[in-house]
Design a protein around this ligand. Structure first.
Ligand code: 4AD
Ligand code: MG
Length: 477
């Protein structure tokens, strides 16, 4: 007898006299019909129990959540909703599940409740679909880069440089917090710490990725990054995964082309490979939309949105043009923005990004050439002396999906910038070395993986697209 996954069984075109399957009970109806799921697909396999010839105590143990080992015959289904089903010959309960206590009842649960039960939430259709899509997306990302000549680089997670400036960091220390060693000024003496210096969890692998781009040519990182900001929004995590390609001899327009091509590729990969999960999530969203007032409803379904992004060029707009559009926009004139746009130079808030993407352009937008003083030190200064070759890619419903730039390759300009921002040169001596030995134009970007998963799945809260979200005041599991 051969063990099959539910997904394999549902693909069978012929009946099979002897099959075996293991999974968890989703529902058990009429003492006869088990809907069994093993995670291999959204769908369940129906297993039909001959209850007249089955021990009553055994029947009682077939409860929602229980783990079963089933042997039987795969036959054409008599009922509606499935093509094949299993006539059970032999059934073993591998693990019981107390029906009174099991949190995941066969009914609709709120996402808040399921977040509290995140260890069990992938036993629901929604979360299993989301996490299967997340898995396929990571595969598609690796495939894209591999097929296009990029090397996968593992950048460090513990970092000794905190100069990136991307955000607040989490300290990594082995010092005794009750009695840390102090230096002569009374400050904590990190030279006595584990690494002999102050260390943190990384906010980005970019600076290290640049070192490899300047030798291996095309590289990317895909790993966890950490930000200790107190942002309690539906789009921020304290621990999230970031994809960061970095390419030598590539300028900002090349960087935009790469990001756009890459995003379209992975979205298309999902459309071609995860139809069942996408269809399910699309339907979920359609039902959710029905509960909203007409004006707030989306005019596209989930799959239409994905196709729209794949089929249309991203709109490329300079920061300066964007400011003009925003300044003259209705919500700005009617004082509807929480942060009114008055002058060139102000940072864009998510309300502005969303206006540009959702109301004005109605498609993904690449904003570029931002004011130097609202962007990181390493971005290439433009000839105007006041803007840098930065780019942010904004997506409908999400806001900022990608942040990147052409990097400053001129040693003197970079040093000046660092000095102005009080970034010590000795901390980034190795980064400056890249500008001393064979410097060249190079560029890269960072894509927030969970924001991409949100877009693909239509989930509204970033906490629902990562297995165990870390957010301020929350590190359960
Ligand atoms: O814009 P960010 O901060 O850029 C960097 O870190 C650069 N070093 C990237 C590079 O050029 N290699 O972050 C990049 C992306 C954002 O556009 C956003 O999608 C995501 O990472 N991101 C977050 N996602 C979830 N939670 C957070 N707290 C995030 N902060 C940024
Ligand atoms: Mg950014």
């Amino acid at each position: 007898m051969q063990l099959y996954s539910v997904s394999q069984l549902l693909k069978q075109e012929n009946t099979l006299p002897e099959v075996e399957v293991k999974g968890w009970v989703r529902t058990f109806r009429a003492n006869r019909f088990i809907a069994l799921n093993d995670g291999s697909t959204l769908k369940n396999i129906q297993c039909v129990v001959d209850f007249e010839n089955t021990d009553e105590d055994l029947l009682k143990r077939i409860t929602t959540g229980a783990a079963l080992h089933i042997k039987g015959e795969l036959v054409e289904s008599q009922g509606k909703g499935q093509t094949v089903e299993i006539l059970v010959n032999d059934l073993e309960v591998l693990g019981d599940s107390d029906p009174e206590a099991y949190p995941i009842q066969p009914k609709k649960h709120s996402f808040e409740f399921l977040r509290e039960n995140a260890h069990l939430r992938t036993r629901t259709n929604t979360f299993s679909a989301v996490m299967r899509l997340r898995s396929t997306l990571s595969y598609a990302i690796h495939k894209y880069f591999n097929d296009n000549g990029f090397y996968y680089m593992h950048t460090p997670i513990i970092t000794g440089s905190d100069a990136e400036g991307a955000g607040e960091m989490f300290k990594v220390t082995k010092l005794d917090d009750k009695n840390p060693p102090l230096d002569e000024h009374g400050n904590v003496d990190y030279s006595k710490d584990f690494f002999g210096k102050e260390t943190n969890l990384t906010v980005s692998g970019q600076l290290e990725a640049e070192t490899y781009a300047m030798s291996l040519g095309k590289v990317y990182t895909f790993g966890p990054t950490f930000r200790a900001e107190n942002s309690n929004t539906s789009r921020h995590l304290s621990e999230f995964w970031m994809i960061e390609p970095e390419v030598a001899f590539m300028d900002l327009p090349g960087n935009m082309d790469l990001a756009e091509d890459f995003l379209k590729y992975v979205l298309n990969y999902i459309l071609e490979n995860n139809k069942d999960d996408l269809d399910f999530l699309e339907q979920r969203l359609i039902n959710e939309e029905k509960t909203k007032p007409q004006a707030e409803r989306s005019d596209m379904t989930l799959i239409e949105k994905l196709k729209f992004v794949i089929d249309n060029n991203f709109k490329r707009v300079s920061y300066t043009e964007a400011i003009d559009i925003l300044r003259n926009s209705k919500p700005n004139k009617k004082k509807k923005f929480k942060f009114p746009i008055n002058e060139w130079g102000s940072d864009l808030q998510s309300e502005h990004e969303r206006f540009l993407v959702e109301k004005h352009f109605k498609c993904p937008v690449i904003l570029f050439d931002y004011p130097a003083n609202i962007k990181a030190f390493y971005m290439r200064l433009n000839e105007d002396g006041k803007t840098v070759r930065a780019m942010d890619i904004l997506f409908p419903g999400i806001g900022e999906m990608v942040g990147g730039s052409q990097r400053e390759e001129r040693l003197e300009v970079l040093k000046e910038k660092m000095a102005a921002l009080d970034i010590p040169e000795d901390e980034l001596w190795w980064y400056l070395d890249l500008r001393k030995y064979g410097t060249a134009v190079h560029s890269g970007f960072g894509l927030g993986f969970e924001r991409l998963v949100m877009f693909v799945t239509g989930m509204g809260n970033i906490r629902d697209v990562i297995p165990y979200p870390r957010t301020p005041q929350n590190a359960e599991f």
